[in-house]
Design a protein around this ligand. Structure first.
Ligand code: GLA
Length: 384
């Protein structure tokens, strides 16, 4: 996105002065879905699409915020009772509040922002927005006192406390910590992480967007999390050391089969298997073995579709197209219920795969899926 796009609107909308410009990206995730809030591993990377905001302290205690894409303006104060109703503004308000709770003396500011990360497509547009403001407010009002993990937690807490989504840490982590040409394997329990150079020779990563808008806030996401917690609670009675599904294994789960619902059991089975798959993929990447990486991606899709039940007809269709086309790996990416599949495809198959899949999707669903090439990019930063 062009700085000029944001700057010209900022100048036009406010008093003609310029401010500081910040940006933060959306993310992809190679593998490790719904593992973050279970203390497992994830494997995300930041992308070249995100949010950009211009900000200038205005000497008052009011935030004046303009959404360039929605052409919508909202003004709010910085106390808990000042929460705006408009949903996009609640993200900015939530970040302000969470920064204040962590000791940053946030004051009023003028801001305009825009994004090029598609909304509701599973690429974490909301984390990109939160991270942009968390990074900016730390820079403008906090002397960069808060470390990067705290900034990611500010975004996550915003989701929990102001947006009703009980999400894990993956999206905000990737948006803040992203690094060009690298994926990041994060242990969501210890918060240790490792950058993996990712430029698979002879392959491309492509996202196919089903254009089914996912609604994470719709209680389905939170319900999945509750299922995992119920399974842990049952296992804990026999194995007090188990605090998260990360600490459990299939034998433990089998042991409590009679004590939890069949649904909770399926959810937990998926998570336990998925945590192991991320570790298998780490190993495969170290060996340069992309066939195994791809195989694990298909297994994840199967698990997300049949056990975790966060797929939909369109996503299963895209996955099947990939499989029929001999694509190396393909799966639902992100929380599910819509959004994209992520596909690891050999360069020589790329053109025909995309072309044929778009055509058959259009025939089946009477609309076109969107296609996004993935460029792994840097995380949150100040541009000007
Ligand atoms: C959403 C959440 C993340 C994570 C994924 C699923 O993107 O925000 O914390 O749980 O779903 O892996």
């Amino acid at each position: 996105m062009e700085i000029e796009h944001v700057r010209s609107r900022f100048i036009k909308h406010f008093d003609g002065n310029t401010g500081y410009i910040y940006t933060s990206p959306g993310r992809i995730n190679l593998i490790g879905e719904h593992t973050d809030y279970n203390g497992g591993f994830v494997f995300p990377g930041a992308i070249d699409k995100g949010m950009m905001a211009e900000i200038r302290p205005n000497g008052t205690n009011k935030v004046r915020a303009y959404s360039i894409d929605l052409k919508d303006y909202v003004e709010f104060g910085l106390n808990e009772e000042d929460a705006p109703r408009t949903s996009w503004a609640r993200y900015i308000f939530g970040v302000c509040r969470e920064m204040i709770k962590r000791g940053v003396e946030v004051k009023g500011f003028n801001t305009a922002f825009a994004g090029d990360v598609p909304l509701g497509a599973g690429m974490s547009s909301s984390a990109a927005l939160e991270s942009t403001y968390a990074y900016a407010l730390n820079d403008l009002f906090g002397d960069n006192r808060l470390d990067k993990f705290t900034l990611a937690q500010v975004g996550q807490a915003t989701e929990h406390n102001y947006c009703g989504v009980n999400c894990g840490i993956m999206d905000q982590f990737a948006s803040i910590f992203g690094k060009k040409d690298h994926l990041i394997c994060l242990d969501c329990r210890s918060l240790e992480y490792q950058y993996y150079p990712f430029k698979p020779e002879g392959y491309k990563l492509v996202l196919l967007d089903s254009v089914v808008k996912h609604e994470l806030a719709s209680s389905a996401y939170n319900k999945r999390r509750q299922s995992c917690e119920s399974a842990v609670a049952a296992i804990q009675k026999h194995h007090p050391e188990v605090k998260l599904l990360r600490d459990a294994n299939m034998e433990m789960l089998d042991e409590v089969a009679g004590e939890i619902s069949a649904e909770d059991r399926m959810r937990a089975e998926y998570v336990i298997e998925e945590i192991q798959r991320v570790l298998d993929v780490c190993q495969a990447l170290q060996d340069g073995d992309y066939e195994t990486v791809g195989l694990k991606m298909y297994e994840t899709h199967e698990g997300m579709s049949k056990l975790y039940e966060v797929s939909c007809e369109e996503l299963d269709f895209l996955n099947e197209c990939a499989h029929n086309h001999g694509v190396t790996g393909s799966r639902i990416m992100g929380g599910g219920f819509g959004g994209c599949t992520i596909n690891l495809v050999k360069e020589e198959r790329y053109e025909s795969f995309v072309h044929e899949t778009v055509a058959s999707f259009r025939e089946a669903f009477k609309r076109s899926p969107k296609v996004y090439d993935v460029v792994i990019s840097d995380g949150a930063r100040r541009l000007e």
